[in-house]
Design a protein around this ligand. Structure first.
Ligand SMILES: *[C@@H]1O[C@H](CO)[C@@H](O)[C@H](O)[C@H]1NC(C)=O
Ligand SMILES: *[C@@H]1O[C@H](CO)[C@@H](O)[C@H](O)[C@H]1NC(C)=O
Ligand SMILES: *[C@@H]1O[C@H](CO)[C@@H](O)[C@H](O)[C@H]1NC(C)=O
Ligand SMILES: *[C@@H]1O[C@H](CO)[C@@H](O)[C@H](O)[C@H]1NC(C)=O
Ligand SMILES: *[C@@H]1O[C@H](CO)[C@@H](O)[C@H](O)[C@H]1NC(C)=O
Ligand SMILES: CC(=O)N[C@H]1CO[C@H](CO)[C@@H](O)[C@@H]1O
Length: 484
């Protein structure tokens, strides 16, 4: 009886403290909420002012303001200055109405994160596969690629994410028409389509032409832009692809709600990567056979098409850029070395990734690369090639050849390759501008925020606080990077 009483008292005491605590917690949250509402109002008030100014003297004053800011940035190379530049990307005060609208649409869609065909195919499990396609503008290729994906066995378990850097109704209609699996669209928010005359787009005021000689640039207004190691200035059309790739991977792993619980593989491909129908089967076979491998790559660039009963896989530290996939724990290791990616003077994301994985805390990332490719690069027109984009004869030829090949292997022929990773130089250039490097670092920011939030709490007030203080955190992070 006595014991019972003691417990009862104890429970009673506990309840009161709990109650008391809840009261304090409630007051704390109330105060926070009031502060946040006040801050939020002042923000909205400021934005309204901006829009008013925008109506009258849109171009004259605002462009010059950004020009000055950018000059300041390249002059002192000061991380604190960068924050204001990056923050200004979120303001509407230096663009056309068209760009502002586009920016809002993109923001809304990226927040909404609608998954299509969810009812038909059910939610994601850890055994599903996520495929992320980077889409630019070449709809002819995208059409063929979607067609090839639709024929893949096991595609119904896939979440297919299209990451666009160009908002286009025609492309949207094509993607909307996909019924063979769950799909989602995300949009690169710092594209040259949105930022037409402002960084990260090409700016006529303070971006030098790529090949401008130093003396000539003195006469132009752009002499404070930073050239790359070969003396070339940034070209927004070229830097966009690496920015988009990096943004996309950060977005998918750290900001998509539907991916939050998912610990399986995520595969990255492009609008012109034609897939073979057994690629999911082969990927799963690789995963089972080579469980020590961290990155899986679905092919090599080659024109010869011979498939073997036992496809050859090379295990090395060399990463082919055709259909690479890895899971969240590998991403968490990569992201520690973001500076290697963002400060490497090479506009190619694949070379930058190679560099990042080579110099990542002395860790070697083992990559399994399929030599009998399941991915084919069909894009013969574009950044590196100059062939008529509507010419699809090579794609038809590829389709014909694939029909006669031996698919769905049951075993792999594994070869360990040593010393492939000796080809590092200073990089191919095109990524020398300080602004590009800092924007790139900025995209990693959410990763750290997510880490803190899983540790601290999921409380809504804290999330709002993050928006209030995020400038400060970016500062600290960039400071750290700078001291290296
Ligand atoms: C996937 O596995 C992780 C643990 O590895 C688990 O926390 C998570 O809930 C799983 N997600 C789903 C969608 O089953
Ligand atoms: C970038 O690409 C767009 C569209 O393809 C083109 O109109 C523009 O001239 C290009 N800009 C530069 C600086 O090459
Ligand atoms: C993640 O998993 C947890 C527990 O398994 C579940 O409560 C939550 O709803 C899941 N979230 C999503 C977005 O699937
Ligand atoms: C993620 O990949 C690594 C490397 O292949 C592996 O060790 C780990 O078990 C994988 N994690 C999950 C949850 O599958
Ligand atoms: C490109 O190829 C298509 C089909 O082969 C052809 O109809 C078109 O005229 C070509 N365009 C140019 C500019 O050569
Ligand atoms: C306008 C401006 O700030 N120009 C600076 C560009 O950089 C040179 C040195 O590289 C400075 O001397 C200029 O003042």
């Amino acid at each position: 009886m006595a014991v019972y009483n003691v417990t009862k008292i104890f429970v009673k005491v506990k309840r009161t403290t709990n109650h008391c605590f809840r009261n304090w917690n409630f007051i704390f949250r109330l105060v926070l909420t009031i502060i946040i509402i006040v801050l939020g109002w002042s923000q909205i008030f400021n934005n309204n002012n901006d829009t008013k100014i925008l109506g009258n003297t849109r171009f004259a004053s605002t462009t010059i303001k950004t020009a000055r800011e950018t000059q300041k940035l390249s002059e002192n190379n000061n991380p604190l200055e960068t924050v204001s530049i990056i923050a200004s990307l979120d303001n509407d005060d230096n663009e056309d109405l068209y760009n502002i609208r586009l920016k809002r649409i993109v923001k809304r869609l990226n927040t909404r994160q609608t998954v299509r065909n969810l009812h038909k195919y059910g939610p994601l499990t850890n055994n599903s596969l996520i495929i992320v396609v980077q889409v630019n503008t070449r709809i002819n290729y995208l059409y063929e690629v979607i067609n090839s994906l639709s024929k893949a066995r096991g595609i119904e378990d896939v979440l297919l994410i299209f990451s666009h850097n160009y908002y286009d109704e025609k492309i949207n209609r094509l993607v909307n028409g996909v019924r063979f699996c769950k799909t989602m669209q995300i949009f690169f928010p710092y594209s040259t389509q949105i930022y037409t005359n402002v960084f990260p787009g090409q700016t006529s005021y303070y971006d030098c032409p790529r090949n401008a000689a130093r003396e000539r640039t003195e006469k132009m207004n752009c002499f404070n832009a930073t050239a790359d190691q070969y003396g070339h200035y940034r070209d927004a059309n070229i830097t966009q692809a690496k920015h988009h790739w990096w943004w996309k991977i950060n977005m998918v792993f750290d900001r998509l709600r539907v991916v939050k619980n998912y610990s399986g593989l995520i595969l990255f491909m492009e609008e012109d990567h034609y897939v073979v129908e057994d690629f999911i089967h082969t990927l799963k076979l690789m995963q089972r056979t080579l469980s020590q491998s961290e990155i899986f790559s679905m092919g090599v660039h080659s024109d010869t098409l011979i498939f073997f009963r036992k496809p050859q896989v090379h295990v090395s530290n060399w990463i082919s850029n055709l259909g690479i996939s890895f899971n969240r724990s590998v991403w968490n290791a990569f992201v520690q070395c973001a500076e290697e990616f963002c400060y490497y003077d090479d506009y190619n994301w694949d070379w930058s990734l190679q560099k990042m994985t080579k110099y990542c805390n002395g860790h070697t990332f083992l990559t399994s690369t399929l030599q009998d490719s399941r991915f084919y690069h069909i894009g013969k027109c574009g950044m590196h090639y100059h062939i008529n984009c509507s010419d699809m004869s090579h794609v038809n030829k590829l389709k014909q050849t694939l029909k006669s090949l031996d698919l769905y292997p049951e075993e792999l022929d594994v070869k360990i390759i040593h010393g492939l990773n000796q080809m590092f130089s200073a990089g191919n250039g095109g990524w020398g501008d300080t602004r590009d490097r800092k924007l790139c670092m900025h995209m990693v920011f959410n990763h750290y925020v997510n880490e803190w939030f899983t540790v601290v709490s999921n409380d809504i007030t804290l999330i709002t606080l993050y928006f209030v203080f995020r400038g400060k955190v970016i500062n600290q992070h960039l400071m750290k990077v700078h001291q290296r």
